[in-house]
Design a protein around this ligand. Structure first.
Ligand code: ATP
Ligand code: MG
Length: 313
């Protein structure tokens, strides 16, 4: 995926990003700010405004069909039924001057057959996302709800589409920890009940360990490690993943011992060099690392890492 930044100049933002997501799984995308998580999610259904965004190659298959080769009508179907989104700020999904009920009803109507009962489906959806008094909530305006409730409503609207894949981009970052835990539990429930696949974007490894089944670690527009969650936490292979894990506060280590932070910062796409993009921050980098692009290689079945320095380690 590239962005045109000036006439004739393109910066490549995502490189060789490739993953599969299966029904009933929660697949996490994790990495520091600016590493390409949101661009990846938006690229899935061609939601990046183009220009400046440009698809440089590769396929996104939803139900076997390449999203980048679909005509407008079929693309609308993918956006309508295939892939639904919830974002960090639930207010973006809601019209501030309309009551909740009619907003969800509209989403329901778009995705049901004529004659289907809409009102009962709205109540059912609000109930499904754990809203205690669905009828009362349906009469409320968005500003009358707490942040957590608004995120539940945004989820209800996404579920109205009966999507095969739900993309949740930092859905709990704006919420306090208690509410955050409730929303994550709700996502797990939704997955259990519906068999939907969920792509969960977060920069929080704690959330990954508690919520996800598999995880892809992104760095500077590439996936550097991909693994089942247990395997990643038990045996992280990539130095970037290891550094991220060392930067997580732990209850068994006194804070006075200090948190390890990763020196430096994520390069912007204009700064991507040849070779491994993490090389200049990497504690184990070898001279070849800044010259040769490391490929994702399976270290054990289902667990792949892209690092020359730790290959075979
Ligand atoms: N419209 C755009 N034009 C140019 N560059 C962009 C555009 N949108 C995103 N980028 C760049 O693409 C890179 C990836 O951005 P992205 O928003 O996907 O990061 P992220 O991993 O979601 O970060 P965060 O955790 O902060 O949400 C960044 O370097 C960003 O500056
Ligand atoms: Mg983002």
């Amino acid at each position: 995926m590239g962005f045109q930044i000036e006439t004739g100049t393109t910066v490549e933002v995502l490189t060789d990003v490739s993953f599969r997501v299966f029904p009933s799984e929660i697949f996490a995308l994790v990495g520091e700010s600016g590493c390409g998580k949101s661009v990846t999610c938006l690229a899935l259904t061609r939601l990046l405004p183009s220009p400046p965004a440009r698809h440089l190659g590769g396929a996104v298959r939803v139900g076997g069909r390449d999203v980048y080769r679909l005509g407008p009508g079929e693309l609308r179907k993918v956006r309508g039924h295939g892939v639904a989104y919830v974002f960090q700020e639930p207010a973006t999904a809601l019209n501030p001057v309309r009551r909740i009920g009619p907003q969800i009803a509209e989403a329901v109507r778009l995705h049901s057959r004529r004659g289907d009962p809409v009102a009962s489906r709205v109540t059912e959806l609000l109930h499904a996302v754990g809203i205690p008094e669905p009828e009362r909530c349906a009469r409320a305006f968005p500003h009358q709800l707490s942040g957590g409730m608004k995120q539940r409503v945004a989820l209800a609207m996404a579920l109205a589409m009966k999507p095969g894949i739900l993309v949740a981009d930092e859905p709990t970052t704006a919420l306090d920890v208690t509410v955050q835990a409730q929303i994550l539990e709700l996502l797990r429930n939704i997955r259990d009940r519906s068999g939907m696949a969920i792509i969960l974007v977060t920069h929080d490894l704690g959330i990954v360990s508690e919520t996800a089944d598999r995880v892809a670690v992104m760095y500077a527009g590439r996936i550097v490690e991909i693994a089942p969650v247990d395997a990643l936490f038990r045996g992280p292979r990539h130095p970037y993943t290891r550094a991220l894990l060392e930067a997580v506060p732990r209850l068994d280590t006194p804070l006075s011992a200090g948190l390890t932070t990763i020196p430096g910062r994520v390069p912007t796409p204009r700064e991507y060099g040849a070779g491994c993009r993490f090389a200049n921050r990497c504690p184990v980098a070898k001279p070849t690392c800044s010259k040769v692009v490391p490929q994702l290689k399976e270290v054990v079945a289902g667990h792949a890492s892209a690092c020359l320095a730790t290959e075979g380690a």
